[in-house]
Every structure is written in structure tokens, then in C-alpha cells.
Design a protein around this ligand. Structure first.
Ligand code: HPA
Length: 288
């Protein structure tokens, strides 16, 4: 049973999310139903939103501010075509020392803003040897190897159920559509299972062999806490990884963060084309 103090803490999380959402919505007349988390290198996509309002994370009440390289740290509310979206230019990671409650706070805020679907993007290491550096992978499912769950602690029923379903974590119609659009656009695109570790070190070759054995196609350090939280609140999820490098031991070479960033940069235009194709399709779904 949750103690009175724990209950107070969870209701504080709700109030904080509400306050942040109100602040954001007071800065724009748009009312987006789609949220995007733009991972390493992809943030620039939000620079192209039209009718845009840009808000520094540090101005948003309670919002965590990222220290990672390649993350602008702005929330951009604007339009892609005629669809209103909220785009996060970068996210905070557990490995930066933030609590899980901080890592998932933006999802809580999205929900209080009325967001009903999210597109979560990330950079990942390719474990599946059928992948190539620079390809995109539509996430079908995940394995949480972070050793914790962001929802540990008292549950606030205003967000969702204590025990929520994860069989539909990655919304199948969105994943199917993303694969279809990717192929239509001529993108090198696959599907797979994302395995999340905390980082910040990359994996050892033995860890990657272990992950392959248990069914992971990708290794990454983000996304899973956000997916768990989005589903807690009934938000539909599309997850897409960019394979910035083959995972440890797959190729006979060490992994270097600069190369990870460079690959992300190289495939950015394909990634953005896929996002542009998916946004109207998701908008049609959430408008219903
Ligand atoms: N492992 C984990 N996370 C990553 C990797 C990787 O190889 N590449 C980019 N993010």
C-alpha cells in the first residue's frame, strides 16, 4: 500500500505535469495531438515547423534539461504541412543522472496537453546482422534491460492503471504504415526489437551476443521508459531507430560516438522524409 507521503508525491507529479502543460499551451494557439521526440541529430527537423513557437526546456516549469551533445533542448510547437505537432529537440537520459520520473516527465506533460500519439526516435546499435549502418528500423517491440521501470512507486489513477497492458506497446497500424512509407520513399528500412540498457558505456561484445540470443535486434539507451509511460496514459506509439553503428563485436572495430553522430547526420534527410510521410497518417487516426 502507498503511504500518505507516497500518495502526495504522485499527486505532485500530476500537478507538475498540469502546470507545465498549461504553461506550454499559454504560448501557442495550436493544440497538437501528435508529439515527437527527436533524438540525437534529428532535432533540426523541428526548425522547419511552420507557425512555430519555440520554448526552451529551462523555461518550462519542472521540465528536465538535457546535457547530451547534439540536443538543442527546445520544445517546438508548430505545423508540419497542416498538422499541428509538438516536437522535442532532444530528451534527457537516465545515464545523465536524471531520475526515471524526470526522464518520463515530458510524456506526462504531453498527455496533459492532449497529445494522443507520439513518434519516438533514437539512435541505436544494430545487433541484427541483416541491418546496415545508416538504416532505419521500425520498432515492433522492446526488451527492458534498464533494471528498473519508470512507474515504480505509487500509481496515480488519473494517469492510468496500476498494471497496464504492454502487448500493444508499439501501435501495429503505425508500424505497418511506417514500413510501407519507408519502402515507398526508397529508404533502407527494417523492423525489429529494441533492447534498452542504461548506458552510458556502449555494450561489450558478450552483452551484444546475449541481447541477440534473447531476441534484441537493436541496442539503445532511451525510448523504453517513454513508451512504458505513454502506454500507461493510452498514448499510441510509433518508434523508429536509426542504426548509427553496428553494435559491439558485430564488426571488427570499436564504437565511437563521433561516428554515431555522423551517421545520424547522413541519414537525417531520409528520416525526416519518413516523419513527414507519417505525420498526416497518424493525424488522420488521432482525429477520429
Ligand atoms: N549501443 C547502445 N546505444 C547506442 C548505440 C549502441 O551501439 N549506438 C547508438 N546508441
Amino acid at each position: 500500500m502507498a503511504t500518505a507521503r507516497e500518495k502526495q508525491r504522485s499527486s505532485a507529479e500530476f500537478a507538475r505535469a498540469e502546470r507545465a502543460a498549461k504553461y506550454i499551451l499559454s504560448k501557442t494557439r495550436l493544440r497538437p495531438r501528435i508529439g515527437l521526440v527527436l533524438g540525437s541529430g534529428l532535432g533540426a527537423f523541428a526548425d522547419d515547423f511552420t507557425s512555430a513557437t519555440r520554448i526552451d526546456y529551462k523555461k518550462i516549469p519542472h521540465f528536465p534539461v538535457s546535457t547530451a551533445i547534439g540536443h538543442a533542448g527546445k520544445l517546438v510547437i508548430g505545423k508540419v504541412g497542416d498538422v499541428a505537432v509538438a516536437g522535442m529537440q532532444g530528451r534527457v537520459h537516465f545515464y545523465e543522472g536524471y531520475s526515471m520520473k524526470d526522464v518520463i516527465f515530458p510524456m506526462r506533460v504531453f498527455s496533459r496537453m492532449g497529445i494522443r500519439a507520439v513518434i519516438l526516435t533514437n539512435a541505436a546499435g544494430g545487433i541484427n546482422t541483416g541491418y546496415k549502418q545508416g538504416c532505419l528500423v521500425v520498432i515492433r517491440d522492446h526488451i527492458n534491460l534498464q533494471g528498473t521501470n519508470p512507474l515504480i512507486g505509487p500509481n496515480d489513477e488519473r494517469f492510468g492503471l496500476r498494471f497496464h497492458d504492454m502487448t500493444t506497446a508499439y501501435w501495429k497500424p503505425y508500424a505497418d504504415a511506417a514500413l510501407q512509407e519507408g519502402k515507398r520513399l526508397g529508404v533502407d528500412i527494417y523492423e525489429g526489437v529494441y533492447g534498452a540498457l542504461t548506458g552510458p558505456s556502449y555494450e561489450t561484445p558478450a552483452e551484444i551476443r546475449y541481447m541477440r540470443t534473447i531476441g534484441c535486434d537493436l541496442a539503445g539507451m532511451s525510448t523504453v521508459p517513454e513508451v512504458i509511460t505513454a502506454r500507461h496514459m493510452g498514448i499510441k506509439v510509433l518508434g523508429i531507430s536509426c542504426v548509427t553503428n553496428m553494435a559491439a563485436g558485430v564488426l571488427d572495430q570499436p564504437i565511437n560516438h563521433v561516428e554515431v553522430l555522423e551517421t545520424g547526420e547522413r541519414v537525417k534527410s531520409q528520416f525526416v522524409a519518413l516523419l513527414r510521410a507519417m505525420i498526416p497518417r497518424i493525424a488522420a487516426d488521432v482525429a477520429r
